[in-house]
Design a protein around this ligand. Structure first.
Ligand SMILES: *Cc1c(COP(=O)(O)O)cnc(C)c1O
Length: 362
């Protein structure tokens, strides 16, 4: 069978590593930027009642009209921008890459950033060209970016703000300069909008080559897989041709529209997460041997003493807390770990295990 697979599966796909999700059974899960809070009992009851009215024997509304209206309203998307729904924003990244791929075409993004940009570029046959962020604070190096744009003429640029896994927001003037210089499409990915102080969606309609992307995942609905892309109709219409007709299912459409009608619950939770983030940042800052980077997202990136990241990560997991080990994923992330902000007692357990691990002899 191996020979058969080798004969037919594309070489670049065979060479790829799979996107691996480690088992979290029995662990406090602080690895994937999920919202740690559930819904109040009464809201769950209302939601289930709503789902009771959904016809599972019918195909979904192919245009997800109700959900799009709810998103437009909630996120205050300007009238001159069109909206497209994805099965998570991951699917929208894939649609964008598929639409713009072609012989010699380039996808550009800062480094380090969200790993799916590189993965998707690889499997649709785009050349991936990362541009290093400044090492001191992971801010955009605009001059380096402009030089890379001039050299590579990228078809597509992704800028995540706040950025994953670094947590910082990108400076508006730097992002806008890149939008101006880019010969192709620039997508600002605001997956962490609910935890950030600034949004770029006010720029929609002011640039012919800017699209804005968001998701309900990090604000508390990761299981629904609802992402969205907003921008000029001319772009969105082309992308919509590549979208599979029923990419968003009836349960997700109904649940997401319901959740947005009760968004105050998610907003309150986002406020709790911001509060916990500040406490966690303070606790990390109090540890002499740890460097925690300021975050506008629902996670914090921190650097451990040289050579100790993997050992500390393992000690945390043995103690029942799963975070993300980034050591080895990029030079800029040497000795780095990333913790998602959890509920108060989860964060306390994390801090306790981290302090113990740091005190253990290296
Ligand atoms: C998590 C994340 C996404 C993916 O979100 P989904 O909607 O769950 O697919 C997109 N962009 C960034 C920067 C992320 O961190």
């Amino acid at each position: 069978m191996a020979a058969l697979v080798r004969r037919w599966v594309k070489p670049d796909v065979r060479a790829m590593g799979a996107y691996s999700v480690p088992s979290s059974a029995g662990l406090i899960k602080l690895d994937a930027m999920e919202n740690p809070y559930g819904w109040p009992e009464e809201l769950r009851r209302q939601w289930l009642e709503e789902l009771d009215g959904v016809a599972l024997n019918r195909y979904p509304d192919p245009r997800a009209g109700q959900l799009i209206a709810a998103l437009r309203d909630y996120f205050e998307i300007p009238d001159n921008a069109d909206l497209l729904i994805g099965n998570g924003s991951d699917e929208l990244i894939q649609l964008l890459a598929l639409a713009l791929a072609g012989e010699g075409r380039v996808l550009m993004a800062p480094e380090p950033t969200f790993v799916m940009y590189r993965l998707i570029a690889t499997f649709v046959g785009l050349r991936y060209r990362p541009v290093p962020l400044r090492t001191a604070d992971f801010s955009l190096d605009v001059e380096a970016f402009e030089a890379a744009i001039a050299r590579e003429q990228p078809a597509l640029i992704f800028l995540a703000s706040p950025n994953n896994p670094t947590g910082n927001a990108l400076a508006p003037e730097a992002v806008l300069r890149i939008v101006e210089r880019a010969p192709g499409l620039v997508v600002v990915d605001e997956a962490y909008l609910p935890f950030a102080d600034h949004s770029f969606r006010g720029e929609l309609g002011r640039h012919t080559n800017l699209l804005w992307m968001g998701t309900l995942s990090k604000m508390g609905l990761a299981g629904l897989r609802v992402g969205f892309l907003a921008g000029p109709a001319a772009w969105v219409d082309e992308l919509d041709k590549l979208r599979l007709p029923y990419n968003s299912n009836v349960l997700s459409q109904a649940s997401a529209a319901f959740a947005l009608r009760h968004a105050e619950v998610l907003e309150r939770q986002a406020q709790w997460i911001r509060g916990e983030r500040a406490r966690l940042q303070q606790s990390l800052d109090a540890l002499d041997s740890i460097r925690a980077y300021p975050s506008q997202a629902n996670f914090i990136l921190f650097r451990t003493p040289a050579g100790r990241a993997t050992e500390i990560f393992s000690a945390l997991r043995r103690g029942g807390v799963l975070i993300k080990n980034l050591h080895g994923s990029a030079e800029a992330l040497r000795d780095c770990l990333r913790v998602t902000v959890g509920q108060a007692e989860e964060n306390q357990r994390f801090m306790q295990l981290l302090s113990e691990a740091l005190q253990a002899p290296a």
